[in-house]
Write a protein that binds this ligand. Structure first.
Ligand SMILES: Nc1ncnc2c1ncn2[C@@H]1O[C@H](COP(=O)(O)OP(=O)(O)OP(=O)(O)O)[C@@H](O)[C@H]1O
Ligand SMILES: [Mg+2]
Length: 256
């Protein structure tokens, strides 16, 4: 295997995320094994979808990658850094600088306008106010909300809030954008608009996208589809031209 970290401790391959033997068990009346030995490498610049039935562990996996929750065991390397082993400060820094998260339920700050919500991560990262404002305006235009920048979340529809959340996730130019049902509340036309925006950024700045989705059409526009069932990665398909080809993971999982 290629070394991830060279002797000087520098990340030196294109594995933006590497997940090794990842487990998550929720303890309660009954234990729920939400993630059951996930192993996965995601390369920089990948545009991939994670699909699977409700309750299969998709959001749990995103929350681990997005530094919002910690696994029961296993490792997650983000640019070679094991994010399961770092301090709370470092986690907060990486979450702000490297990751853009669009949640299943948008998590916008209710007392702030769309513009302020999108500016927030940039201000936290130390971007000057005027620059943050200009960038936020541009992204809000890009998601089709240029005329609603001063509205607060309770004055916007579910789909409009979803789009504010997309603009917020993109505004800081994070290395990895994670979307949990990022187009879940959107009509086909708006969903296409958002897809085009993400794909443009993916091509232009080699941004990595990990999208959990129930939308088969969106999944089939990505380059790689991972299927999770009962916390296990059961199948992986990769784009070859305009079709998808199953990789060996599917055969192995079926044979078990
Ligand atoms: N905080 C928690 N405490 C206990 N169990 C949890 C918790 N969060 C998730 N689970 C359980 O873990 C499993 C995976 O949940 P998860 O939210 O990851 O599913 P999902 O694939 O995102 O589903 P959906 O498509 O419905 O969003 C489910 O059985 C769920 O009930
Ligand atoms: Mg979910």
């Amino acid at each position: 295997m290629k070394h991830r970290i060279d002797e000087a401790g520098v990340w030196n391959n294109n594995h933006i995320i590497e997940i090794v033997n990842l487990f998550k068990v929720y303890r309660g009346g009954v234990d729920v094994k939400a993630l059951d030995n996930i192993n996965l490498v995601i390369e920089e610049g990948e545009f991939l979808a994670i699909v699977g039935p409700s309750g299969s562990g998709k959001s749990t996996l995103l929350n681990m990658i997005g530094l919002l929750d910690t696994p029961t065991s296993g490792k997650i390397l983000l640019k070679g850094i094991d994010i399961t082993q770092i301090s709370a400060d470092e986690r907060a820094r990486l979450r702000n600088r490297e990751l853009g998260f669009v949640f299943q339920y948008h998590h916008l700050l209710p007392e702030f306008t769309a513009l302020e919500n999108v500016m927030m991560p940039m201000l936290i990262a130390g971007v000057k106010k005027e620059e943050a404002r200009a960038t936020a305006l541009q992204f809000l235009e890009d998601v089709g909300l240029g005329d609603r920048i001063n509205s607060r979340p309770n004055q916007l529809s579910g789909g409009q809030n979803q789009r504010v959340a997309v603009a917020r996730a993109l505004a800081n130019h994070p290395s990895v954008v994670i979307g949990d049902e990022l187009t879940g509340n959107l009509d086909t036309k708006t969903s296409d608009l958002i897809y085009d925006l993400l794909r443009k950024l993916n091509k232009k700045i080699n941004q990595t996208f990990i999208l959990v989705t129930h939308d088969t059409e969106l999944a089939e526009k990505t380059d790689r589809i991972l299927r999770i069932v009962d916390g296990k990665l059961v199948c992986e398909m990769r784009r070859e031209g305009d079709r998808f080809v199953s990789t060996e993971v599917c055969q192995t999982a079926e044979a078990e």
